[in-house]
Ligand binder design. Structure first.
Ligand SMILES: Nc1nc2c(ncn2[C@@H]2O[C@H](COP(=O)(O)OP(=O)(O)OP(=O)(O)O)[C@@H](O)[C@H]2O)c(=O)[nH]1
Ligand SMILES: [Mg+2]
Length: 687
């Protein structure tokens, strides 16, 4: 069968950790005959969980691509299936999958029902205009009555557009089709009634079909491709299917839905790119056309770095046709590269192919310039095209790290560099103040697995500690300062004298330096030297060794000497005059305040409020986005939240999640002020 765009299906499996995505991918691969028998997560031999750490931990840590051919109902398809990790800590791996597919399959654990990540992915996929499909997995493990209730729960949470394409039957040992060829009895509801509901929902998007349906009181489902495609694209229909990855119930039927009903790359809502004209200007939306005859536009949504094999860049083609010989430009880079080899992926396995069409998900290896989110294109005119931004959460959970063994500093820097390339939700900061390297991620588990990976894959042991809190200093009053710098040692002397004033500025205003010296009392060429002296102190702090902010320094008078005045003299005088003023200007320490956004089971609301109150937090509001779930917004000093993730986890048995976001600085309470300045004093002796 020749490769063609219309045969391609792209699908991402998303949802709560443990709902069975990796197992389902395995079952689908086996049902299509791509693997001889399904592997299992417990045995550690699945196609998608192929990294050593995933095998040990028994859950997915990164995005995996499984491409395979399938046939159903006489139709053939070339499927690119994406398996994503469910833990919110790995959103940097799961969210990018949404940029690569036409359809998001939200997998729900039949035993657990609608969970937090099911809802979040439903929303994210909807916002990106993806077709959505709900897969209720693990039906073997749930009771029939639970499944009926679950279907109602799904409709309550995500709307009446969620209609089953099949229903569990034979006491959940199989499913009965309600769309293509409805027949037989189901465990609950009626196949016939569901069939009617489905058809009515589909024809509703088009008057022509509605009329035909009303006239004949039925239509052939085979003739409904067009309105069905539209219903999916407009979110007017969100099909629900039932499966068991373990027993295989509903798996062949799901494969049939993928082949026969899901959109090909010319259907669905087209993805939008952003184009900025060369030389700047207003950015505009650019909609790629899934036509192999046009310029190539492909989006890199995954980077994987294997310590032995090197860099693998996985991309989705949105426009044009790629071959191993295509000259490719990388983002805004001007130097073209040749892919050399193009691969399709099936977990770890790489299968060489001779072309990639719009809709194809392929990989190239060993091109070090390619980064996550890059656009690969074959025309220099497209250098300023970017993918529509992913709504990735900002990493705020930090750990300061250093190698256990001395001399491993360079190795640490290399390893962090590689690891950050694979995960857009991971940042590295160098805090020169505290002389520490801080890794920031989305949560405790994110960083913990990262450290394990660094240990196992790169043989690098790290010591960790909570990162230093970025305190700041400021002044609470206005004061004047003076210093005269005079040195007479044999030859040429040094002379400089400075009068200045310091005053507080509103919070967040930063630093202002004003020169109001009259009549050249300090010659203008020495003013920068005075500023330099002041800035030295701004950086090193006064009371507790943290940078100063929100102050204005005005130099208003001074004295110079025709021979002995030099830059060094004014740097020193500026510095000492500023210190003199600071001592009188009621210097204080500011602490960072963050916004905390907590989502947790409603029953734990009281405990969480208590925990927050004990840590100087103010609760700003609470909301119930879904039955049983509460969302709390609060503000708290960052320093108080060190143990919060652990406490939240134990209070909610792991079901709570939180997000932090910097808000502003506030004066630290007196006790903390004294503690911080006492801690600083031993090394402050130089003044
Ligand atoms: N009874 C039953 N168990 C299942 C089914 N599907 C998966 N499981 C089990 O559920 C557990 C989690 O399955 P995974 O496939 O790893 O789940 P996942 O969604 O990939 O999890 P993450 O990768 O952490 O997001 C494993 O122990 C599976 O064997 C099913 O249909 N029925
Ligand atoms: Mg998994």
């Amino acid at each position: 069968m020749p490769h063609s765009i219309k045969r391609i299906r792209t699908l991402a499996l998303v949802g709560q950790a443990g709902c069975g995505k990796t197992s389902l991918a395995e079952a689908l691969l086996a049902a299509a005959g791509a693997i001889s028998s399904p592997g299992s997560v417990a045995r550690g031999d699945t196609t998608c969980d192929y990294t050593p750490l995933e095998k040990t931990l028994g859950h997915s840590l990164k995005l995996a691509v499984a491409s395979f051919e399938a046939e159903a109902g006489g139709e053939g398809a070339s499927i690119h299936l994406l398996d994503t990790p469910g833990y919110p800590d790995f959103l940097g791996h799961s969210l990018p999958a949404l940029a690569a597919v036409e359809t998001a399959a939200i997998v729900i654990d039949a035993q657990k029902g609608v969970e937090m990540m099911s809802g979040r992915f439903m929303q994210w996929a909807g916002r990106r205009g993806l077709d959505r499909l709900v897969v209720v997995n693990k039906i073997d493990a749930a009771e029939g009555a639970d499944l009926e209730r679950l279907l109602a729960e799904i409709q309550e949470a995500f709307g009446k557009e969620c209609l089953p394409l099949n229903l569990p039957a034979g006491n959940r040992s199989r499913v009965n089709d309600c769309f293509f060829a409805p027949s037989g009895e189901a465990d609950f509801s009626s196949v016939e009634a569901v069939h009617r509901q489905l058809i009515e929902q589909v024809v509703e998007v088009d008057e022509k079909f509605t009329e035909a349906y009303l006239e004949n009181s039925d239509v052939d489902p085979g003739s409904l491709h067009e309105p069905l495609e539209r219903a999916l694209r407009e979110g007017h229909l969100i099909p629900v299917v039932f499966t068991s990855a373990t027993t295989g119930a509903g798996v062949a039927e799901l494969l049939q839905v993928i082949v026969r009903l899901l959109p090909n790359p010319t259907e669905g809502n087209p993805p939008a790119y952003i184009a900025t004209p060369a030389g700047g200007g207003e950015a505009s939306e650019l909609v790629p056309v899934p036509d192999p005859g046009r310029h190539v536009l492909a989006h890199v949504f995954k980077i994987e770095i294997d310590p032995y094999v090197g860099r693998l860049a996985v991309f989705r083609v949105h426009q044009g046709r790629l071959t191993p010989g295509t000259q490719l430009y990388i983002g805004e880079g001007r130097k073209p590269v040749k892919a050399g080899h193009l691969y399709r992926l099936r977990g770890k396995q790489q299968m060489e192919v001779s072309e990639a069409l719009p809709g194809d998900i392929c990989a190239v290896t060993k091109i070090d310039e390619i980064r996550f989110d890059h656009i690969l294109h074959d025309s220099p005119a497209d250098a300023h095209v970017h993918a529509r931004p992913l709504e990735l959460p900002a990493p705020v959970f930090g750990l300061a790290v250093q190698p256990r063994k001395r001399g491993d500093e360079q190795k640490l820097s290399d390893v962090l560099h590689r690891i950050v390339a694979e995960d857009p939700c991971l940042h590295i900061e160098h805090n020169t103040q505290a002389n520490e390297t801080v890794i920031r991620g989305l949560g405790e588990m994110h960083l913990k697995t990262l450290l394990e990976k660094i240990q196992a894959q790169y043989r690098l042991d790290l010591e960790t500690r909570p990162p230093a809190i970025p305190y700041r200093e400021t002044v609470a009053a206005r004061a004047d300062g003076h210093s005269r710098h005079k040195k007479q040692t044999g030859g040429a002397g040094q002379f400089g004298e400075v009068y200045l004033r310091v005053e507080p500025l509103p919070r967040g205003a930063g630093f202002e330096f004003v020169d109001s010296v009259k009549g050249g009392a300090i010659p203008s060429q020495f003013i920068p030297a005075v500023e330099k002296g002041v800035r030295n102190v701004m950086e090193s702090g006064f009371v507790a060794g943290y940078p100063l902010q929100d102050v204005r320094v005005t130099v208003y008078d001074g004295k110079s000497h025709p021979v002995d005045s030099k830059e060094v003299a004014f740097v020193s005088a500026g510095r000492k005059a500023f210190l003199d003023a600071l001592a009188k200007a009621r210097p204080i320490v500011l602490e960072p305040i963050v916004n905390v956004d907590i989502t947790a089971p409603e029953a734990r609301m009281g405990d969480i409020a208590g925990e927050l109150a004990g840590h100087r937090a103010h609760i700003k509001g609470s909301d119930t986005p879904r039955a049983g779930t509460v969302q709390i917004t609060a503000q708290a000093p960052l320093a108080e939240l060190e143990s919060f993730p652990t406490r939240l986890k134990s209070l909610t048995a792991g079901h709570g999640s939180y997000r932090l976001e910097f808000s502003h600085y506030e004066p630290a309470p007196p006790q903390l002020q004294s503690k911080l300045s006492a801690a600083h004093r031993p090394s402050a002796g130089e003044e």
